[in-house]
Design a protein around this ligand. Structure first.
Ligand SMILES: [Zn+2]
Ligand SMILES: [Zn+2]
Ligand SMILES: [Zn+2]
Length: 250
């Protein structure tokens, strides 16, 4: 937090140094291995956070084949311009998937990307936008959009096989619980201990995880109220705070 001297902001534990929420889903094994689907989608980014450039450098993300957007809040989209580098490396437009509201917001916020000037122009991300209308397949894997509420705004979580990512969530609608049945590894919003109008608190996130029945649960979108080590020490078995650079095999 800018200008904050609290214990978490001044912590020397690298897990307390949190950038904006985003994940990358790698399909078909580690980046260094010869993938049987090398020519297909294998690196899927969820959101283009404000910190995308620093995150990609820190974690050596060399390929992005597709981008999924959860919603259009600034912390989840403002790194979009950085994907120009992947266009340069890969020499093809990058498929972007979002709901109608988020696509409209992106088109307005990044007018120069979605309505580029005619004629040769360099330095603009090359994207192929798709409106999410239901489950879709990338790299031979089914991605299931999971409608969730972020305050009064409906946004999307995503399920991939036994993994689900529910960032920026304050309520799971009745119709979405069946989409989460059988999830074993869950990443879910838990902003702080106290209630918040647009994010789950720790107790609310624990309730949701218990109802889903996940074996492993990781909290994300954590604010500086929560120290990594001290919070993990009081969470139940199988639940911990996520941290920048965390890698999960699912
Ligand atoms: Zn602080
Ligand atoms: Zn948000
Ligand atoms: Zn957010």
């Amino acid at each position: 937090m800018i200008g904050c001297d609290c214990a978490v902001c001044r912590s020397t534990d690298p897990r307390d140094r949190r950038t904006r929420p985003s994940i990358r889903i790698e399909i078909g094994g580690s980046a260094g291995s010869a993938s049987p689907i090398a020519s297909a989608v294998r690196s899927v980014l969820v959101d283009t956070s404000t910190d995308l450039r620093a995150q990609a450098l820190a974690h050596d993300i060399r390929r992005v084949d597709a981008i999924l957007f959860t919603h259009s809040h600034a912390d989840h989209v403002m790194g979009l311009d950085e994907v120009r580098r992947y266009n340069a490396i890969q020499a093809v437009p990058i498929a972007c998937f979002a709901d109608a509201q988020t696509l409209a917001d992106l088109a307005r916020t990044f007018d120069y990307v979605f309505n580029p000037p005619r004629g040769p122009s360099g330095g603009v991300p090359q994207l192929a936008p798709f409106r999410i209308g239901g489950p879709f397949s990338l790299g031979g894997v089914e991605f299931v959009p999971v409608p969730i509420m972020h305050g009064r705004r409906p946004i999307l979580g995503f399920r991939v096989e036994s993994f689900a990512y529910l960032t920026d969530c304050s309520h799971i609608p009745d119709a979405s619980w069946p989409l989460l049945a059988g999830v074993r590894t869950l990443v879910i919003d838990a902003l702080r201990d106290f209630p918040h109008p647009t994010h789950f608190s720790v107790p609310e996130a624990l309730d949701a995880a218990a109802r889903i029945g996940s074996e492993r649960t990781y909290f994300t979108h954590i604010c500086h109220d929560l120290s990594h080590a001290a919070t993990c020490a009081r969470l139940p078995a199988g639940v911990e705070l996520a941290y920048d650079g965390l890698v999960l095999d699912v």
